[in-house]
Design a protein around this ligand. Structure first.
Ligand code: E4P
Length: 227
């Protein structure tokens, strides 16, 4: 059971690594864009290398930027060669429902020894297919599942039961965190990993009543010195 950081910001990675609470980092092109990466794929690779070196031996997920079969394979091989702790994110299918992506996942895992994080999944059934194809990680977007009106916890529990029953080794990553509560409820439901945005890790820790209690201790410690 582990928490990954869903961020492309070096300062965030440094911060939560120093806390000792994260066991990996996940990124995608949207995260890189929002976190100020420029220079296209070259810029993404440079940021990925920096993060991968910082967190080694923990894993970093880096997503391909094309849905063309040949380009996905070529880019995955290139990305995997940046650092040995990089795994490559391949979306479960293309933007128009193109279905060759699972073949890419299977080929990368079985013929090229590349660890794949199959991503952008909204159901346990998609995750099951990705796990059968050989993906090392299957990423279900829990917050988006909830936003569609389904209970992500049920999807996670059922998926975990089926993977365990079938002896499939894929690690379930739940991403798309929206609330502090998501982290513990998804781990409790059976996720191997929840990838968390920096603001939510902060929210998990800092509690108003803890602040008040700590202030009481400090004030009373001062009073003890005065008597
Ligand atoms: C997970 O690996 C993804 O990077 C991420 O959690 C997606 O989150 P979003 O739904 O906020 O885009």
């Amino acid at each position: 059971m582990a928490i990954f950081l869903d961020s492309g910001k070096i300062e965030d990675v440094r911060k939560y690594l120093a806390w000792g609470v994260i066991r990996g980092v996940t990124t995608n092109p949207t995260i890189f864009f929002n976190d100020g990466v420029t220079g296209g794929v070259k810029g993404m690779k440079a940021r990925a290398k920096e993060i991968a070196d910082l967190i080694h031996p923990y894993p970093l997920s880096l997503e391909v930027t094309s849905n063309d079969r040949g380009q996905m394979i070529a880019q995955a091989l290139d990305f995997a060669s940046i650092a040995e702790n990089i795994n490559v994110k391949i979306t479960v299918h293309g933007p128009q429902g193109e279905t060759e992506n699972l073949e890419v996942v299977h080929e990368l895992e079985t013929r090229h020894d590349v660890r794949v994080n199959c991503t952008a999944m909204m159901s346990g059934q998609q995750c099951l297919l990705a796990a059968l194809a050989g993906a090392s990680y299957v990423s279900l977007f829990g917050g988006r599942v909830n936003n569609m009106g389904y209970d992500s916890r049920e999807e996670i529990s059922r998926l975990r039961r089926v993977l365990d029953l079938q002896g499939l080794g894929a690690q379930i990553i739940i991403g798309s965190t929206r609330e502090v509560l998501n982290v513990i409820e998804w781990l409790d439901a059976g996720a191997h990993i929840v990838t968390v945005t920096p603001n939510l890790i902060q929210g998990m820790l800092v509690h108003p009543y803890t602040k008040e209690t700590v202030q009481m201790f400090l004030d009373d410690a001062k009073k003890c010195e005065q008597v």
